[in-house]
Design a protein around this ligand. Structure first.
Ligand code: G1P
Length: 274
């Protein structure tokens, strides 16, 4: 019923230069696994097995990561080193992977619109892999359950301190049950004094496919980019968008400090190999 998940991965990763000069930021390892693989595992865990990447120039390593490496397989076949490939083999067995390119960086809304050809006319998940989420039940799984109940677009939100609010899309809405809001306002990266609440959007979405046409009709907004937040506000006004205060922790791996925190957390709590 909902089986596809889009990963916009065209961003440059300037904050991690020089590490990202010739390597996609999504391939930076959090301990021993590339950042993007955590997001893909979360999507697969939610039953979204058709993974679509909206890539750009210089992102081929991502496509290679989710494909067979014959040389490597040949070299370590039958040795104990095969264990190190277990997680990626599992991901490859469960998922299918498609790619399309965003030629110009015109914002998250535009990236999603570029993914239309991979999605077609069905609801889908979106993962911004910079946001690494850890939770007992994956954040996307939590959201898919809600989607089955409400059948409308859902954004994941988290309370953030006022001084950080201008890094995010921010929602306001009517609480319809504990931790769930019907959105009536949404602002992309407001000044703290203009923020409609302290509920910030984090990089997990379930979108209904009418969002594509709405994006097509959404003019560039903040930073002269086509903002998904603006399109979602239109969708909220015409119908329904929910904001869900997810259960779990989120690390901002788009910042160096957040990346280091995620690394420490994963190493201490999730890493199992000797
Ligand atoms: C994007 C969205 C923003 C959201 C954020 C979550 O911004 O535009 O609404 O709050 O992701 O990480 P970006 O961080 O890509 O600038």
């Amino acid at each position: 019923m909902i089986s596809k998940c889009l990963f916009p991965v065209a961003g440059y990763g300037t904050r991690f230069l020089p590490a990202t000069k010739s390597m996609p930021k999504e391939m930076l390892p959090v301990v021993n696994k590339p950042l993007v693989q955590y997001g893909v595992e979360e999507a697969l865990g939610a039953g979204l097995s058709e993974i679509g990447f909206v890539t750009g120039r210089g992102k081929r390593a991502i496509a290679d990561h989710f494909d067979v490496s014959y040389e490597l397989e040949h070299q370590i076949a039958g040795s104990s080193k095969e264990d190190y490939l277990a997680s990626i083999r599992d991901v490859m067995a469960k998922g299918s992977f498609s790619f399309t390119r965003q030629r110009e960086m015109r914002g998250l809304g535009d990236a999603i619109l570029n993914g239309r050809r991979l999605i077609g006319d069905q609801p889908f998940g979106v993962v911004l892999s910079d946001d690494l989420c850890v939770a007992d039940e994956g954040v996307l799984s939590q959201m898919v359950k809600l989607y089955k109940q409400f059948r409308c677009s859902i954004v994941a939100v988290q309370e953030v301190p006022k001084e950080d609010i201008s890094k995010f899309g921010v929602i306001a809405g009517k609480q319809i049950k504990d931790g769930l809001y019907q959105v009536d306002n949404m602002v992309e990266k407001p000044e703290p004094e203009d923020a409609p609440s302290n509920l910030a959007i984090i990089g997990r979405y379930i979108l209904t496919p009418d969002i594509f046409e709405i994006i097509e009709n959404t003019p560039p907004g903040k930073n002269n980019e086509v903002q998904l937040t603006d399109a979602l506000l239109t969708q909220a006004k015409n119908g329904c968008v929910l904001a869900y205060k997810f259960k779990g922790r989120r690390f901002d791996c788009g910042s160096v400090a957040g990346f280091v925190n995620a690394t420490n957390y994963v190493y201490e709590n999730l890493y199992t190999q000797d």
